[in-house]
Design a binder for this molecule. Structure first.
Ligand code: NAP
Ligand code: GLV
Length: 308
């Protein structure tokens, strides 16, 4: 039984170490040293070259190294096999930390204080408590619900939006098109943690921004293509939005001449909100392989008809 580690962007070293420690009986191969492709039953992949997985005739299950599978599903040659997306507590905790960091940053006027410091200006601003600040989260899945719980734990007045109705204690849960407008109308801080699908592409556009309270802030830690860049710049220029924290971009790395880099109201992070952690993620993949070998159903399977 062999697993192929295939990433065109990640070093295999921490993964090799963790699989050796956590599943010593596993024959781990590292692409492109695949060996006999007929041996490979499992593949753990990130940004594989298009068509590469088709070359593995005995493949049974594909594991995504990341939570988002939009790039994988965009490969027309992706084999029609079970695809498990990454759900692991290191990634989930990382995202909750990132969202808390950015929400507190804007909530506590940190952006303005850093600008004041650069100018040597001593200027306290009116401060509100988190419970007086309304935050809306687009997406209430693994990451959105963890972020919502963390924000609520900090005291924020948190609400969330999903495709189907969710129930989260202490969080106002909305869904569907009507639910979206209700959520937007109350969101002084809007967090995007949606998967990228045909329905959600470009959701952070002029229409969405126009429904937020004036002076709202947007945090996008999902995918760059959720944002219509020109609409975001226009909303910031008009004062409709006061700021944005962006971790993900349509083109990554963000091109050097992109206006987001130097915009005074935009915080840029380099797709660093929630990396997959080799130790905790290996535990998650090992558990799934053991389930599969025992004939038990896999969890966190991607539903290709939904696109996530
Ligand atoms: P998930 O568990 O699949 O949750 C997705 C959520 O979005 C669900 O609540 C789902 O609704 C909702 N949703 C999907 N389509 C919708 C639609 N058309 N309208 C309304 N709600 C919709 O995904 P996740 O694990 O939380 O991950 C979310 C995304 O975060 C990933 O896809 C990835 O792009 C991004 N991500 C970014 C980083 C980073 O470092 N920046 C790291 C990891 C992941 P239902 O609950 O009704 O299904
Ligand atoms: C990272 O962006 C992921 O999808 O895990």
């Amino acid at each position: 039984m062999s697993l192929l580690f295939l990433s065109t962007t990640d070093s295999p070293d921490p993964w090799v170490e963790e699989f050796r420690r956590q599943m010593p009986e596993l024959d781990l191969r590292v692409w492109p040293e695949t060996g006999d492709p007929h041996d490979i039953r499992y593949a753990l992949v990130w940004k594989p070259p298009p068509g590469e997985l088709r070359r593995l005739p005995a493949l049974e299950v594909m594991f995504s190294l990341g939570a988002g599978v939009d790039a994988l599903l965009g490969d027309p040659e992706l084999p029609d096999l079970p695809l498990v997306r990454m759900v692991e507590h290191g990634l989930t905790e990382g995202m909750a930390e990132y969202v808390a960091l950015q929400a507190l940053y804007w909530h506590r006027n940190m952006h303005a204080y850093l600008a004041s410091q650069r100018g040597g200006v001593w200027q306290p601003l009116p401060e509100r408590l988190a419970r007086e600040r309304r935050v809306g989260i687009l997406g209430l899945g693994e990451l959105g619900s963890a972020a919502a719980r963390t924000l609520a734990g900090l005291g924020f007045d948190a609400a969330g939006w999903s495709r189907t109705q969710r129930q989260l204690p202490g969080i106002a849960c909305l869904h569907g098109r009507d639910g979206l407008d209700t959520l937007l109308a109350r969101s002084e801080i809007l967090v995007c943690l949606l998967p990228l699908t045909p329905e959600t592409r470009g959701i952070l556009d002029a229409r969405t921004f126009s429904r937020l309270p004036r002076g709202a802030v947007v945090i996008n830690a999902a995918r760059g293509a959720h944002v219509v860049d020109a609409d975001l710049l226009e909303a910031l220029a008009s004062g409709r939005l006061a700021g944005a924290s962006l971790d993900v971009f349509t083109r990554e790395p963000l091109p050097p001449d992109h206006p987001f880099w130097s915009h005074p109201a935009i915080v840029v992070t380099p797709h660093a909100a929630a990396p997959t952690h080799a130790r905790t993620a290996t535990a998650s993949v090992v558990e799934q392989i053991r389930r599969h070998r025992a004939g038990l159903p896999l969890t966190n399977l991607v539903d290709r008809s939904r696109g996530y």
